[in-house]
Design a protein around this ligand. Structure first.
Ligand code: NAD
Length: 243
């Protein structure tokens, strides 16, 4: 069963924005949330007349995640896809973090996906309905990062994926995409120059990794063509850091 009604977090820019467009092009209904209200408005303007529902929601807040899911499940009870895409990368060494910032990075990148995945599964599993979750990790979660908090949370996203694949089997497939350096994104702009150059030097394929290309991998993992994959990690990285 391919999904037809999908939640994408962080849809206002980057990979999330590209994925919203890809899924709408495939005639799906898309629900997205973001903290970037102007970004959501321009997204809604871009796709006016198409089945797109936008919500201002901070995935780092348990209350806001619950209120968002209440609205989504009431308006779209047939929802069967979830992409935990929203992410926060600050690009600083661990010594430069205060406790509040540590909490924020963990909440956006880990707690939000945990809360949303749990609500999504609690909606589908009792009815034995099938669905798919795609999480966004990073090469940083596999080989380390000059930002230790980011490396930590992205490794956590990989663990969450494999574990939720077990928790939600056999009805909900849960897979993770691990991108390299995605150009034209706010996150790429925050990568220290020396690390940006190292990422580019590591790539085996020529051509940049665009948000649209990462969105294609996410769309594949939502589709039936990946029907035998769960708990799987797909790299979207031009072959960098072979591992
Ligand atoms: N850009 C890269 O080079 C890169 C590399 C590897 C992995 N990733 C991961 O891919 C995913 C997408 O990244 P991107 O490059 O498109 O980033 P981006 O910064 O362009 O987009 C992320 C979106 O998430 C939203 N967001 C941030 N915090 C939020 C919150 N608390 N609640 C709701 N929305 C929030 C932002 O407003 C933004 O619209 C992220 O999980 C990121 O960590 C990115």
């Amino acid at each position: 069963m391919s999904v037809d009604t999908v939640i994408v977090t962080g849809g206002a820019s980057g990979v999330g924005r590209a994925l919203v467009g890809r899924l709408l092009d495939a005639d799906m209904t898309v629900i997205t949330c973001d903290i970037d209200e102007p970004g959501l408005k321009s997204l809604a303007d871009e796709h006016r007349g198409r089945p797109l529902d936008t919500h201002v929601t901070d995935v780092a807040s348990h209350e806001e995640c619950d209120a968002f899911m209440d609205r989504v499940l009431a308006a779209h009870p047939g929802v069967n896809g979830l992409v935990n895409n929203a992410g926060l990368y600050l690009g600083r060494p661990v010594q430069d973090y205060d406790d509040a910032t540590i909490e924020r990075v963990i909440a956006v990148n880990i707690k939000g996906p945990v809360w949303l995945s749990r609500r999504f599964a609690a909606h589908l599993l009792p009815a034995e309905r099938r669905g798919a979750i795609v999480n966004l990790a990073s090469v940083a979660g596999e080989v380390g990062s000059s930002d230790a908090l980011y490396g930590t949370v992205k490794a956590g996203v990989i663990g969450l994926t494999k574990s939720n694949a077990m928790n939600f089997a056999p009805y909900i497939r849960v897979n993770v995409v691990s991108p390299g350096l995605i150009v034209n994104t706010a996150i790429a702009d925050r990568i220290p120059d020396y690390r940006y150059a190292e990422y580019k030097r590591q790539e085996q394929l020529d051509g940049d990794i665009l948000p649209e290309y990462v969105a294609d991998v996410c769309a594949y993992l939502l589709s039936d063509r990946s029907r035998i994959l769960t708990g799987a990690l797909l790299r979207a990285d031009n072959g960098s850091y072979p591992r």
